[in-house]
Design a protein around this ligand. Structure first.
Ligand code: CA
Length: 429
């Protein structure tokens, strides 16, 4: 089945800005609440949110096998469970109905009033119920930098790293949607000034510029999938800020890995951009040497994506300070390899599971994906436009990650992944 929705010359009858992250070639999926407190699954074109529950009820999906209430839900999990064929039919139909030449909804003002909202009339919610969350560690540059900062140059990259995508099981309950503020976490840490551990608010609150992919039902327990099939099970991608408290992390991480230094919050962008929409932006990832074992070896080319990523720190006065510019294509291990490795022991992966890429650091200092690396282990403070400096984040800082893809013919984007940091919670006595 062709991906008709990707036609770069297609235009919509909706009035949208040139250069919008959400042209008609994007058609992402999300969940929003209207000012009348109605929760629905929707899509977005330009600055318009489209209520797919109403769109379906009014018959615009006629001929596509969908249950009546598939879009009148507070998560995309059931729709994601329906599989790639349905995602593609739905996306193609939306593209067809909003095509500039198609009068069916364009000329029906009554239906337009029911289906279409201004983005500023609605509020975005978490698009999926995250059953399980796994975070990988797939940027060679990031793993090398962190290894060097924590353990020194000689032991920077662990001996297993070049042979498999390293990951750990994260915490699903604390994944929040962009726009949700987070509290500075407290925890146990070892300060350089004291000989025994202390408990208190983290002094080293850091971001991790990542992307995450969302799966449909992949496999039955005990049945690994083959690498050639892996991409069939990936629904789409979001921007992902995997918050980290470096002082808590450093004291707790041996011997079992990340725990409370990571589990207090992770932020995702609200619109899931489908793998179908990302198809024109496929590219090659880094050459893998040594060659991976055969269960991890891709049989086809083009397993990475050219997705430009930026992180900004917005201070109280509204200044936007660019912290980093990186790209998804720098990742050493691909999503297909991550998913294949994840199921290689028979572990079952389900619809709505979220897989983080790991911090995406590029080869240059400007492209590092965390404050830990940007300041090189707190050696080089970052000076902001207002004259203040940062080694890590302060209370009331707002961190914004943006991402977009661009080629000669088209561009699509992910919007924003924004989080404001609030002071530590203090229980009133
Ligand atoms: Ca991470």
């Amino acid at each position: 089945m062709k991906i008709l929705a990707n036609n770069p010359s297609k235009k919509t009858w909706l009035d949208i800005d040139k250069g919008s992250d959400f042209p008609i070639q994007n058609i992402p999926f999300g969940v929003f609440i209207t000012k009348d407190d109605i929760i629905t699954i929707g899509t977005r074109i330009g600055e318009y949110a489209i209520d797919l529950g109403a769109f379906h009820q009014l018959g615009y999906f006629n001929g596509i096998p969908l249950t009546d209430d598939i879009f009148m839900q507070d998560s995309l999990n059931d729709f994601i469970s329906d599989g790639r064929k349905t995602w593609r039919l739905v996306r193609n139909r939306i593209s067809e109905v909003f095509d500039a030449e198609n009068p069916i909804l364009r000329d029906n003002m009554a239906h337009r009033g029911i289906i279409i909202f201004d983005m500023n009339e609605i509020e975005m919610l978490l698009p999926i119920y995250v059953g399980d969350y796994t975070d990988f560690y797939s940027s060679k540059e990031h793993a090398t930098n962190v290894g060097e900062i924590f353990r020194g140059k000689d032991n920077a990259l662990m001996p297993n790293w070049l042979h498999m995508p390293i990951g750990y099981h994260g915490r699903a309950s604390s994944i929040v949607v962009s726009g949700t503020s987070i509290r500075r976490p407290s925890g146990q840490m070892m300060n350089s000034s004291s000989e025994s551990p202390v408990f208190g608010p983290t002094q080293k609150l850091d971001m991790e510029i990542e992307m995450a992919f969302i799966t449909t039902d992949v496999n039955n327990l005990g049945e690994p999938i083959a690498i050639e099939e892996a991409n069939e099970y990936i629904f789409g991608m979001v921007l992902f800020n995997d918050w980290s408290a470096r002082d808590i992390q450093k004291w707790e991480y041996a011997p079992l890995g990340p725990f409370l230094g990571k589990s207090f919050a992770s932020t995702i962008s609200p619109w899931i951009v489908t793998m179908d929409a990302l198809e024109p932006f496929k590219c090659e990832g880094p050459v893998q040497t040594p060659e991976p074992l055969s269960y991890l070896k891709h049989k086809k080319n083009g397993n990475s994506f050219d997705i430009k990523l930026q992180a900004f720190l917005e201070t109280k006065n509204g200044d936007a300070n660019l912290l980093s510019e990186t790209n998804f294509k720098h990742l050493y291990w691909t999503m297909g390899q991550q998913l294949t490795h994840h199921t290689s022991n028979g572990c079952n992966v389900k619809a709505g599971d979220l897989m983080g890429s790991g911090t995406i650091s590029g080869p240059t200092k400007e492209s590092y994906g965390s404050m830990l690396e940007l300041t090189w282990g707190s050696k080089n403070a970052i000076t902001l436009k207002d004259g203040s400096t940062r080694l890590f984040f302060d209370d009331n800082d707002k961190v914004i990650i943006r991402g977009y893809c661009q080629n000669k013919e088209a561009s699509i984007g992910f919007g924003e992944c924004t989080t404001k940091i609030l002071p530590t919670f203090n229980r009133k006595k």
